[in-house]
Design a protein around this ligand. Structure first.
Ligand code: CDP
Length: 255
């Protein structure tokens, strides 16, 4: 199976690195966090309390979320276009309001059951090459432990809280979303705590995962390390050579 699982805490570099690894190997890159974010966005939109676990679970089961490669008219830096029905929610699911409730929504067992079942199907389809790509890179919190534990290559990205908060603060500022650094850091600390302490599928390195520290490294260094592991473990090599290298902190990351 050609599958690479990338897990790690908020802003550890999963989507920046995962996207580039996917492009290099001609694997689909799938960021599972967008699905939890879409449910959180819908909860806010409908005025439902994130604490109302039964209703939240029902919403997750019925929500028509789609994730597609951006069309040519959508070239605004997005990695994928996320829709709920016809509505493009690609940027709205990155708001601070969504950030502040998404971990509570993601700790809901019914929500996880619904979303991880869909994610597993996507992983199995593309990991076997049946989806038109040569494999899949899946990023999240529980890919190596729950969604696709049979992925032959598992990565766990990490970076200190201070560094991850700086990255997220910079991303928000670049998008014109004024934020206070301390607030961003506090939100992230709380999200990491909920994500790693929840009863269902808590954030933790999967057995056998390769832990990679991203602080002080360039994006291409981390990508190169994963590509070397992919060659060793999966026997696959790059089909396209990478782009210009950038320091990790200066990378666009999640939008
Ligand atoms: O981009 P960032 O790392 O901040 O977060 P994300 O990957 O978009 O995920 C947002 C939230 O969704 C996380 O804080 C988790 O609560 C949840 N999530 C999860 O529980 N399981 C996953 N496989 C992916 C995300």
């Amino acid at each position: 199976m050609n599958a690479i699982a990338i897990d790690g805490p908020a802003a550890s570099g999963k989507s920046t690195v995962g996207f580039k690894v996917g492009r290099s190997l001609d694997f689909l890159f799938f960021d599972t966090g967008v699905m939890y974010r879409a449910v959180a966005w819908a909860i806010l939109d409908k005025g439902i309390s994130s604490a109302d676990s039964e209703v939240v679970g029902r919403v997750a089961g019925a929500l028509p979320i789609s994730v597609n490669a951006p069309s040519r008219g959508e070239s605004d830096g997005r990695q994928a276009t996320i829709r709920i029905g016809e509505l493009d929610v690609t940027w709205s699911i990155r708001s601070r309001q969504v950030d502040s409730i998404v971990s509570v929504v993601a700790a809901n067992g019914k929500v996880r059951q619904e979303l991880s079942r869909k994610q597993r199907l996507i992983g199995l389809e593309h990991g076997s090459g049946a989806g038109g790509k040569s494999g899949i890179v899946m990023a999240g919190r529980d890919i190596g432990t729950v969604v696709l534990p049979e992925a032959p290559l598992k990565i766990y990205l990490e970076a200190p809280l201070e560094e991850r908060s700086r990255r997220r603060f910079r991303e928000l500022s670049e998008r014109g979303k004024a934020a206070n650094f301390t607030d961003v850091q506090e939100d992230m600390l709380l999200r990491d705590k909920i994500d790693s302490e929840r009863a269902v599928a808590p954030l933790r390195p999967a057995p056998g995962a390769h832990r990679i520290q991203t602080q002080g490294k360039t994006v291409q260094e981390v990508v190169g390390r994963i590509l070397a592991l992919a060659e060793e473990v999966l026997g696959v090599g790059p089909v396209s050579t990478g782009d210009e290298d950038v320091p990790f902190e200066g990378s666009p990351g999640n939008h």
